[in-house]
Structures are given as structure tokens and as C-alpha cells.
Ligand binder design. Structure first.
Ligand code: GTP
Ligand code: SPV
Ligand code: MN
Length: 590
């Protein structure tokens, strides 16, 4: 049954035995070992076109680009169908869905039985992290979806490089994915941290099925990180280089569809002539303490799976350049001449489009042409400002961490913590309005600790304890901040222009981290005085900036109460230091 039609051949008996066992269960007609080569990619693209789920785009406008559509019932992560299968429910904790491992294996085994009959099983070896990095991890994903293979080839380092890192060993993540019948009733994303195993079935979308990303790099990753003393976080990593050539690295956790890709690819406004923002990563950071006592971060990924709507040459020109070639689009609208379109690309859509569901769409139609969670999958090497250190095995040293949410009220543009414990409190109580990145209601404020609510692979209380404990390992802990680009005025308009103008806030963060800028104290932390921010050339009044920075006592009393309610759900594993921090802030508010 083994059909080694490409170059990746392994003698690793652990891999061979496991692939054999999974093939016996899922019963594919054929097994293809993927090598990540261009010829393999071309074969799968041709297959997609022949099967009708993939469309080649205009090679003059978008060379090497394709558009895919997913099943309309399958357009986002499914948090209610995502399970952490630890031996005890307590280990998964109150913020995760839990199933006992035996029960989950049995339930999914029945669904996988024969699920690949008539299909091809692709064996996808991949590496997360720079080759040779102490943090790099090998995964193998078995999937019956050529769409997944095409995405994995962009998002991870795929093929021989992974097999080389693995050698003869058993140290690889075992990922099994089948689209099955794409029915939401038979859709499950199950994680078995003790077995370094992921079983995903019934979906063919993004974070549900690209198993290296959220499943391995965050859920399994965070579980391992706690055991081994490092961090696996839902964070972008950027390097800000000054005109004098000083580069400061910043990591930032914003919840899904809250601005990580945009911040990581920031283009400084004219006022910041000579500044360069280098992208190390746009979604995930793996961080460890270096021998020098600093925090060092790598991006485990190899590409960007970014939100399309809202992306344009004004908001994110680097992203636009990044997705101009060799990019796989999902659920965007396509014009008759093979160009892409989405809401927020420009105000002038073509007269006619094919919408994200494949239906004809006319300009002026009230329906969205692109799905709000439509995405691009693009190789990071397309990014004109890709950090030259992105493949550095030890990573880059982090000077500041920002936790940011999407909040119409309450949370100031930027707030610096008093100390590490307060910073961890800020992250732990991060609130944000829900977005289209997950199925469910959009625009509801929920607690999304460290932007990890959907991604923490164990008990959230233990996760907070891990964050607190790591301070003891860090001789030079990064300074921790909280941000909010999304505060609105009384008429519902954003108070802060955001995007490139966030450079002005970033500059203050960098200067604070390096002990250079001044600040003003509030009961809840430090904020910049207006004079601490460079506002020259900004199309916003000082009053608006004051409003964006405001700390309102009544709003914050409610915010602290809400954090207290959240903490109650985490008892008894919530570290006492965090509840004490909350009491302290309440007392400070007076
Ligand atoms: P995931 O990939 O889901 O983890 O999301 P992300 O955090 O990378 O989000 P992304 O940068 O793709 O931004 C999501 C949405 O927020 C897009 O529609 C952006 O246009 C919008 N956005 C990003 N930055 C800003 C900002 O500074 N201000 C405002 N108002 N909107 C922003
Ligand atoms: C997110 O939802 O945070 C994403 C997209 O980055 S997905 O890969 O679908 O999880
Ligand atoms: Mn994300």
C-alpha cells in the first residue's frame, strides 16, 4: 500500500508503525509521503482545480496565487468542538472542554474508521521553529485534504528538514486529520497532551486542521512549555530598528483578529523617517530564558495565515506586497478576471464578483462578498520586512510584552504595569470583543487571558502560576504593557487611528523598556503624558488622545469586578498573588 512517489523516505520505525496503524484505521486507497517540493505543490494545485475547490488566479496580477473555498458551515475555529483530553478534567481546567482520553479515542476511532476510503492519505512531516533551534519541534500530520497539504507547505517547514531533525527518534507530534463528511455534528478537534497527539475530524478550515499551528504550537506547546520551563504564546514578534540602528524586540498578544498581523508588519508614518519595523512572527511566539537571563523568542511558523478583510495599501502595505504572489486565499471574493476582493480592500468593488460561497455577487449587494474570516496563506519570505533573524535558532531577545484587546470603552490606548506580577494580572484579565475568527456571536466582551483562552492546553490557573514563576528565571524580565487600539468615542468612532500610527505608542513602549521615557502614574499603572507621545502630523485632536488614554474610575471599578467574577471561575487553582493584585488595584482606585 505504501506508495513512495516522492523523495521523502524514512526508515524511522516509530513513524512507519504509526502511519501503518492510522492507515489501517482510516483505510485510504493510497498513501503519499509529501516532500514539500514545488512539483508536488503543482500536482496538488492541478488536483484542486480539477476537483473544483481551487481556482487559479490571474497570473499577471497575482502570479502563483490560488483561491479556495471551504464548506459554508466550516469557516472558522470551533471552540465548542475543541477538547483537551487529559487524564483528569481538573488538568484541562474550567476554560477548556474536556473528554477522558479513552472516551475521546473511542469516539473518534469510530468516526475515523474507513473515513479515508476512496481517498489519498498524505503524510506531511513538518518542523515548527528554525532548524537547529532548541525549541524546534517535529510534527507529522496525516490528512486526506490536499488543501491542508498546500497550506502546511506554506505555514511550516515541510519535508526532509523535519525528518532530518527527527532522526530515528520517537519525539514527534502525531497529528491525524480527516475531513470525513465535513458535518458539524461529527466535527471534533481533540488534543492528547500526554501522548503528544492531535486528532481532528470533520473540518477543513485553518486552525482546526493546520495542526502545526494552534493545536501543536499553542495547545500542546503550552502544555510542554509549562513542564519544560518556557512559553508558548499567541503573540506576534517584531523588531523595531531606530534610525541609529538600535533594534528593540517586542512581543504582543492580541486575541484572534485583533491586530497582530497588522502590528507585526507596521509601516511607520512619515514622522518616523528612518525607523524600520521587522517582522519576526505574526501569530505565535515560543520563548525561553537565555543563559544571559533575557527572554528569547522564535516564531515557530514559516508563513502567515492572515485575516483578509480590512487589509489594504493604507492599513498594511507590507501585507499587500506579501500576498501578491504564491499565496493561497480562502473564502475571499474573486472577480471575473481572476483578481481577489474583500470588504475593506477599497471602496470600489468590481461590478461583478463571485462571492465566498461561489455565488454571483453584484456591486451594491448588502451581503458580504468575502467572508469576515476570509484569509490569506502566504510564505513569510514574501514579506519585504521579514526580520533577518527569523531563522536564528536562539531567536531574538524580548524587551517588552504587550497584552492588547479590542475594547470600545474602559481600557486606555496604552498602560504600563507597575511590575511583573501586575503585568501578569493585566494579561490574565485581558478582555476583548469576540470576532469572526471563531464561530459564535461577534462583539461580546469576554475574558481572553493572554489572548490564550482558546489555546491554553491545560488549567488556566496553572498557566497563570507558570507566568508568575518564570519571573524567578528572568534576570532581565521584559516590561509588560496593556494596549487598546479600538476605543470609541460617543458616536462610535475609533478614537485612535491605529495601524501605522501605532508606531507612536510603540516608540513610547520601547523608550520605557529602555528606561528613557517619562510617564504619568494612575491608580492602575503608568500612561504617557500627552507630551510623552509624539503627536506631530497626527490627524487627531489632543482631546481625542486624552480620551483614548483616559482611566475612568467607575469604568474600572466595573472592570475589576468583572475580573473578580472571572477569577472565581478559576478557583481553586488561581494563584493568590493575582487576587491580591486585584484587591490592591481596587484599593488604589479608592
Ligand atoms: P489572528 O490571525 O486571528 O490571530 O488575528 P490578528 O491578531 O493577526 O489580526 P489582524 O492583524 O489580521 O487584524 C484583524 C482585524 O483588525 C483586521 O480587520 C484589521 O484591519 C483590524 N485592525 C488591525 N489593527 C488595527 C488598528 O490598529 N486599529 C483598528 N481600528 N483596526 C485594526
Ligand atoms: C486565530 O483564530 O487566532 C488564527 C486563525 O490565527 S486560525 O489559524 O484559524 O486559528
Ligand atoms: Mn491567531
Amino acid at each position: 500500500m505504501h506508495d513512495h512517489d516522492t523523495e521523502v523516505v524514512t526508515t524511522n520505525r516509530h513513524v512507519l508503525a504509526w502511519v501503518g496503524e492510522m492507515a489501517e484505521l482510516t483505510k485510504p486507497d493510497r498513501i503519499v509521503w509529501c516532500d514539500g517540493s514545488e512539483s508536488e505543490q503543482r500536482r496538488l494545485q492541478a488536483l484542486g482545480e480539477a476537483e473544483g475547490w481551487l481556482r487559479a488566479l490571474n497570473p499577471k496580477k497575482l502570479p502563483g496565487c490560488f483561491a479556495a473555498r471551504s464548506n459554508p458551515n466550516d469557516v472558522a475555529r470551533v471552540e465548542h468542538l475543541t477538547f483537551i483530553c487529559t487524564p483528569t478534567k481538573e488538568e484541562a481546567g474550567p476554560t477548556n472542554n474536556w473528554m477522558a482520553p479513552d472516551q475521546a479515542y473511542a469516539k473518534l476511532r469510530a468516526l475515523y474508521d474507513g473515513a479515508m476510503a476512496g481517498r489519498t492519505m498524505y503524510v506531511v512531516p513538518y518542523l515548527m521553529g528554525p532548524p537547529g533551534s532548541p525549541l524546534a519541534k517535529v510534527g507529522i500530520e496525516l490528512t486526506d485534504s490536499p488543501y491542508v497539504v498546500l497550506n502546511m507547505r506554506i505555514m511550516a517547514r515541510m519535508g526532509q528538514v523535519a525528518m532530518d531533525q527527527l532522526g530515528d527518534g520517537d519525539g514527534f507530534n502525531r497529528g491525524l486529520h480527516s475531513m470525513s463528511d465535513l458535518s458539524a455534528e461529527r466535527r471534533f478537534i481533540c488534543h492528547f497532551p500526554q501522548d503528544n497527539t492531535i486528532w481532528s475530524i470533520g473540518s477543513n478550515y485553518g486552525g482546526n486542521v493546520l495542526l502545526g499551528k494552534k493545536c501543536l504550537a499553542l495547545r500542546i506547546g503550552s502544555y510542554l512549555a509549562r513542564q519544560e520551563g518556557w512559553f508558548a504564546e499567541h503573540m506576534l514578534i517584531l523588531g523595531a530598528e531606530s534610525p541609529e540602528g538600535e533594534t528593540t524586540y517586542v512581543a504582543a498578544a492580541f486575541p484572534s483578529a485583533c491586530g497582530k498581523t497588522n502590528f507585526a508588519m507596521l509601516i511607520p508614518p512619515e514622522r518616523y523617517n528612518g525607523w524600520k519595523i521587522w517582522t519576526v512572527g505574526d501569530d505565535i511566539a515560543w520563548m525561553r530564558v537565555g543563559e544571559d537571563g533575557r527572554l528569547w523568542a522564535v516564531n515557530p511558523e514559516n508563513g502567515y495565515f492572515g485575516v483578509a478583510p480590512g487589509t489594504n495599501f493604507n492599513s498594511n502595505a507590507n501585507a499587500m506586497k506579501t500576498i501578491a504572489k504564491d499565496t493561497l486565499y480562502t473564502n475571499v471574493a474573486v472577480s471575473d478576471d481572476g483578481d481577489v476582493w474583500w470588504e475593506g480592500l477599497d471602496n470600489e468593488p468590481p461590478e461583478n464578483l463571485t462571492d465566498w460561497q461561489g455565488r454571483p455577487w453584484k456591486k451594491g449587494s448588502p451581503d458580504k462578498a468575502a467572508h469576515p474570516n476570509s484569509r490569506f496563506t502566504a510564505p513569510m519570505t514574501n514579506n519585504p520586512f521579514l526580520s533577518p533573524f527569523v531563522n536564528e535558532p536562539r531567536g531574538v531577545p524580548i524587551s517588552a510584552i504587550i497584552f492588547g484587546g479590542r475594547r470600545a470603552t474602559t481600557v486606555p490606548l496604552i498602560l504600563e504595569s507597575f511590575n511583573w506580577t501586575h503585568g501578569v494580572y493585566m494579561g490574565a484579565t485581558l478582555g476583548s470583543e469576540t470576532t469572526a475568527a471563531a464561530t459564535g456571536q461577534v462583539g461580546i466582551v469576554r475574558r481572553d487571558p493572554m489572548a490564550m483562552l482558546p489555546f491554553c492546553g491545560y488549567n488556566m490557573g496553572d498557566y497563570f502560576a507558570h507566568w508568575l514563576r518564570m519571573q524567578g528565571e528572568l534576570r532581565f524580565p521584559p516590561k509588560i504593557f496593556m494596549s487598546n487600539w479600538f476605543r470609541k468615542d460617543e458616536s462610535g468612532k475609533f478614537l485612535w487611528p491605529g495601524y501605522g500610527e501605532n508606531m507612536r505608542v510603540l516608540k513610547w513602549v520601547i523608550d520605557r523598556a529602555r528606561g528613557r521615557a517619562t510617564r504619568r502614574e494612575t491608580p492602575l499603572g503608568f500612561i504617557p503624558r500627552l507630551s510623552d507621545l509624539d503627536l506631530v502630523g497626527l490627524d487627531v485632536t489632543p482631546e481625542q488622545v486624552e480620551h483614548a488614554l483616559r482611566v475612568d474610575r467607575d469604568e474600572w471599578r466595573a472592570e475589576l469586578e468583572s475580573a473578580g467574577t472571572f477569577f472565581e471561575t478559576l478557583a481553586p487553582r488561581l494563584p493568590k498573588a493575582l487576587e491580591m493584585q486585584r484587591q490592591l488595584l481596587l484599593a488604589q482606585l479608592g
